[in-house]
Design a protein around this ligand. Structure first.
Ligand code: NAP
Length: 264
């Protein structure tokens, strides 16, 4: 995979940095000496976190408030983030889900989900790859989900959006490997964050495969350092992504619906 991965003194751009897995990413990167550009909509949270990183770890930070559901937002974000900085690592993490019957959920909100979960990562990855290829180094971590391995009734658009991220990310890993770039697809299983409240998928009790944001981020960074392509933290989560690829599709989709119906 070429030279060892180096964090210290370099810049990362992390989307969805205001909570959950994204917040954990910026803390873990700053702990390793990386400067971080934090992006999300809630500017107050980003600023508080950026201040804490500067004092706690002595790194540089920048904050870019952005709504990635808005047309052109990813382009503006990239321009601001890379103004006077070389972005060495892009973490495409911002995303959300919505539980409910497809026809009962607002189409507009589902289209916004596709923009945040798919279009924005695509556009940001495009800017990043074009910048990184001539330098023959750089990394991208795309946060997908085990939800992207099969269709999920009552979570249809979210699962489809994550299937898109997996397919795009794995292809980019192969396309850019010879150019010295590292592209990691991160597939978390359940992680207790604000995601459940936003999506309406609140856990009744701890679900199988539950991981903390810290465990998920450590696994992703270990894969980045080792030149790995795909990481699915947690044994049960890895088994589930294997089973759904070999089991008959009808059974897989019916089982997914039963699980979703049981969720509060
Ligand atoms: N938690 C899980 O169980 C789980 C499992 C598999 C995959 N994932 C994936 O992990 C990623 C992070 O989710 P999380 O669990 O950390 O959830 P979270 O705590 O709700 O964080 C989501 C982040 O995305 C940002 N975001 C949402 N809409 C946005 C928009 N329109 N523009 C810009 N930023 C936006 C939010 O910031 P603002 O609200 O401040 O904009 C927040 O920082 C997502 O891609 C999610 O699909 C999560």
């Amino acid at each position: 995979m070429g030279a060892a991965w180096e964090y210290r003194g370099r810049w990362a751009l992390v989307t969805g940095a205001s909570s959950g897995i994204g917040e954990e990413f910026v803390r873990a990167l700053a702990r390793r000496g990386m400067n971080v550009v934090l992006a999300a909509r809630r500017e107050d949270r980003l600023r508080a976190l950026a201040d804490a990183l500067r004092t706690g770890f002595g790194v540089e930070t920048a904050v870019v408030p952005v709504d990635l559901a808005k047309p052109g937002a990813a382009g503006v974000l990239w321009l601001e983030a890379s103004d006077g900085r070389v972005i060495h690592l892009l973490v495409n993490n911002a995303g959300f889900g919505l539980k409910g019957r497809f026809d009962e959920l607002p189409a507009e909100r589902q289209a916004e989900m596709v923009k945040v979960n798919c279009t924005a990562p695509l556009e940001l990855a495009h800017f990043a790859v074009r910048d990184m290829r001539p330098r023959h180094e750089g990394g991208i971590i795309n946060v997908a989900s085990i939800a992207g391995y099969q269709p999920i009734p009552l979570l249809a658009t979210y699962a489809a959006s994550k299937a898109f991220v997996i397919a795009l990310s794995e292809a980019l890993a192969e396309e850019n490997r010879d150019a010295g770039l590292r592209v990691v697809t991160l597939n978390p299983g359940p992680v207790a964050t604000e995601f459940q409240e936003v999506a309406g998928t609140v856990f009744g009790s701890d679900p199988p495969g539950l991981r903390t944001p810290g465990q998920v981020v450590s696994a992703a960074l270990a894969a980045l350092e080792a030149g790995g392509r795909t990481v699915t933290p947690g044994f049960i989560n890895r088994v589930s992504t294997l089973v759904v690829r070999v089991a008959p599709r009808g059974i897989v989709v019916r089982t997914a619906k039963t699980i979703m119906k049981k969720m509060r």
